[in-house]
Design a protein around this ligand. Sequence first.
Ligand SMILES: *[C@@H]1O[C@H](CO)[C@@H](O)[C@H](O)[C@H]1NC(C)=O
Length: 540
Amino acid sequence: MLSIALQSFLLIPLLFFGSLGLGNSLSLSTSARWVVDMASGRRVKLSCVNWVAHMQPMVAEGLDKKPLQDIASKVASLGFNCVRLTWATYMFTRTQPVKFTVAQSLNSLGLGEAAIGIVSNNPSLFNLTLLQAYDAVVDQLGTNGLMVVLDNHVSRPQWCCGDNDGNGFFGDTYFDPEEWLQGLDIVAKRFSGKSQVVGMSIRNELRGPRQSETDWYRYIRRGVKKIHKANPNVLVIVSGLNYDTELSFLKGTPLGVNLDNKLVYEAHWYSFSEGNRLVWKTQPPGQVCADAIRRLEDRAGFVMEGDNPVPMFISEFGVDQTGENPADNRFLSCFLAFAVERDMDWAMWALQGSYYLRNGQAGFEETYGVLDGNWDQTRNPKFQERFRLLQEIIQDPRSDTPTYHIIFHPLSGLCVRVNENNSVEASDCRDRSHWSYEGGQAPIRLLGTGLCLGVTGDGLPVTLSSTCSSEQSNWSIVSSSKLHVAAKDVEGRALCLEINSSNSSTILTSKCVCSIDDNNCDENLETKWFKLIPTNLKLN
Ligand SMILES: *[C@@H]1O[C@H](CO)[C@@H](O)[C@H](O)[C@H]1NC(C)=O
């Protein structure tokens, strides 16, 4: 059940990257737990960002700040290959929004400044209808080589989500199931000719006192069939209960609808998803992370396993991009460790640095926004390096031969490499070295050489050594969170890999403080979090 703390968070906001050569006939489908390009069978990893267009004005945010083509090219240049673009049912089903122009919508809400901004940045959109403006956004994203997932976010346009906002579950004040089905049908048909539209999210964050499994099956089964019939090319992306965190009921009763390999499930994950964001700040972080991942796997990730695996799209995750929230910072390191290792499809919350209108405030700033309030720069200057590996395909479903290991440091987003001087350093993951590691207690070797990582001492740089049989080069994954990599120094003390300061690229080893039993340790150890990730990517 959701706690009060969660609800209050949700009332305030509710709330999370290669590039794809987009041919004319892109159509995705699923192969076991992977999303693949239907024509070639090659994996396509959804690395998306959420872009909001479901708020009261029903206009994609930010068009008052920058020209549409600039925003779309910014999204692509940040390494995203896709946008989860939200929409409100009413925009397509109700007479007034259908006829409204962008100008009328903004003026009706008293948003004069936003109107002036759109006239200056996007004059050609100003007198379009809301639907035409939405089409223009979808078209521009396609022009920039980006895929689009259309997400039915709410029925009545407004900020999402609260337990009692009338938009939470089938039968709530604004959420008429028949109107929702009609909306899905209209949207599926309207965009069926646009190959960049690769998926439709059926409904965001079902929730509230009315939610029930019975009604979930009843309406979701109708919804998925509706979309699939109207546009058999799109992925149909299905969310669960409790704000898109709960699908475990599927273990007992499968959805049981054949969508010809178009079914994908989605889940959301935030630091506050379980109602208590503070645990991320106050409890031992390794343990909090391990527990949270276990619950996520149990409630949602399990769909990727078993006899009938289905892809799991983490369609929202996000953090305060200012870096000022310690709980979010830890959550993000944990999320990256998980999502990179599992090579998830994902969509970050969110692109928008500001809203035309939120909480009654014009120009409301979004601290979760990848972009700043002026839609100029990333809010977090380290944004690209932090998310680089997450944006990459790490597992190739067509290859079952492991090739090498990546050593990933989620706090920085960097990978371990050996530089020209044979020093071991943290670097942009595109320049990573290839490692081999057999697991258990074993050397971590630089692939294709006789060299391996070696401990020199507490607080000293890790070295590349040719004596790979000593204790000092015998590494194991320690701690219950499996986030620490340790070997022993000459005195037999366990030392762990560490990047000591975020400004430094040097990789050290230092005492494995509380990594052996991190149940009772609340020291911040993210500097010591590393993941040894096996990949089956071809070596070039
Ligand atoms: C919008 O339409 C009005 C009325 O026809 C016109 O006066 C105005 O110049 C148009 N604005 C833009 C930005 O095209």
